[in-house]
Design a protein around this ligand. Structure first.
Ligand code: ATP
Ligand code: MG
Length: 421
């Protein structure tokens, strides 16, 4: 029986993983520059974490979770995102008791039961950061700047940073009320999802994709109109920082996160090149989440970006990532008697730090050289024949075809010196 990979998942082959590693290393480098350190949490968590941490009125919890019962009868869920786990880890490991803020990043697979299509998978990969313990607008600007630096460094064009503020528990209730009052006359005409949201999660109606709902929203009050003084000041300062960092943005009053624990800044980076799934990054501040998950109240701000969508964008804009470095030298075997010594030499050179190719197919010399050439190797060592009897090997420079004889003990040093040039 031939089994196929599950719908909505991908195999990443070596030519793909080389690119993944390149991006991951770039992200690690940026995080180091910004002072963010890696957090690794379990791929599955207790289901209750996501019910509370993502929210039971969200699409994720309502229809996208991979939930199962383990043999011990526990309800577990494959993580659909990493923020809830990061908050859990912050509380469980008492990171709140150490130096603040705590700056963390993560990357890895996430799982959502969605309809697979371009840019939308059931197993996909996110990179994200969370900054805990800093309530200041500089922290919001810092995480936004970190995300922006990644896209800037990749050279992607046409990115649009959308920015909004959703207020706080002081000013939101009045806004919520005002929005409900505004929409109430049209309640019966809203889409079924928005009718459901009307009581539980009315802010989410603002970002409904249904054109009719959008029509009824024309002239609706915005969260920005309703911000309290603190929130207004916070949002103004975030914008000052973004301007100072030359990060372009546009205000988008329809950009919301509906849940109570989201506060102040919400942002999303869009890229129209990659079709309908145009959000490449989403984030914001969540000052209520740590408490929601059982910790002492602590502010937090972060974002998550979808790696597959970054690759789609790179492809669409024909941006090539550098290829993975190849091998430094290929050890070719001249005759059967030389096999063991050639193998030994290859191991020896690897332990000296070189990347060494070696033929495990016992092919003819001609075939070995053809292979070495196909790998664009700069040097080949020819092991065997009279040279080996004299305790040496031939080193061939593949570009100039120049060949010199080297005593075995000198090979490593000579090659290392040449490769460094
Ligand atoms: P969307 O509106 O596209 O469903 P979302 O609001 O569910 O996005 P978030 O939960 O904020 O997305 O996740 C952050 C990022 O992760 C998104 O901006 C997107 O780039 C990526 N992402 C989300 N879901 C998927 C998926 N199923 N496949 C691939 N990437 C995804
Ligand atoms: Mg989604």
């Amino acid at each position: 029986m031939l089994t196929k990979r599950p719908r909505g998942t991908n195999d990443f082959l070596p030519e793909d993983t080389a690119k993944w590693q390149y991006l991951e290393n770039m992200l690690r480098g940026i995080c180091r520059q910004f002072g963010y350190a890696e957090l690794r949490t379990p791929i599955f968590e207790e289901t209750a974490l996501f019910l509370r941490g993502v929210g039971d009125t969200t699409d994720i919890v309502q229809k996208e979770m991979y939930t199962f019962e383990d043999a011990g009868g526990r309800s577990l869920t494959l993580r659909p995102e990493n923020t809830a786990s990061a908050v859990r880890a912050y509380v469980e490991n008492k990171l709140f008791a150490g130096q603040q803020p705590v700056r963390l990043f993560y990357m890895g697979p996430m799982f959502r039961y969605e309809r697979p299509q371009a840019g939308r998978f059931r197993q996909f990969h996110q990179f994200g950061v969370e900054c805990f313990g800093a309530a200041s607008p500089a922290a919001d600007a810092e995480v936004i700047a970190l995300a922006w630096e990644f896209y800037r460094r990749l050279g992607l064009q046409g990115l649009e940073m959308n920015l909004n503020s959703v207020g706080c528990p002081n000013c939101r209730p009045a806004y919520r009320q005002a929005l409900q009052d505004f929409l109430r006359p049209h309640l019966a005409e809203l889409c079924p999802t928005c009718q459901e949201r009307f009581e539980k999660n009315p802010l989410r109606i603002l970002d409904c994709k249904n054109p009719q709902c959008q029509q009824f929203l024309q002239g609706a009050p915005t969260t920005l109109d309703a911000l309290c003084d603190d929130c207004r000041e916070h949002f103004a300062a975030v914008q000052d920082y973004l301007q100072a960092a030359a990060i372009p943005y546009r205000l988008n009053t329809k950009l919301v996160r509906g849940l109570d624990y989201y506060t102040n800044t919400a942002f999303e980076i869009l890229l129209s090149d990659i079709g309908a799934q145009s959000a490449v990054c989403g984030g914001g501040r969540y000052n209520g989440l740590v408490e929601e998950l059982g910790g002492k109240p602590a502010p937090g701000v972060g974002f998550a970006l979808g790696m597959e969508r970054v690759f789609s964008a790179l492809n669409a804009q024909e941006i090539e990532l550098p290829a993975a470095p190849g091998i430094d030298v290929f050890v070719a075997v001249l005759d059967k008697q030389a096999q063991t010594q050639a193998f030994q030499l290859a191991c020896e050179l690897r332990s000296q730090g070189l990347a060494v190719g070696y033929d495990t197919l016992e092919r003819s010399l001609k075939a070995q050289l053809k292979y070495a050439d196909s790998q664009k190797v700069a040097y080949v060592l020819l092991v065997g024949g009279d040279e080996l009897t004299r305790g040496s090997v031939a080193l061939r420079d593949m570009q100039s075809s120049e060949q010199i004889e080297l005593p075995l003990p000198e090979v490593g040093a000579v090659l290392t010196a040449r490769l460094l040039k």
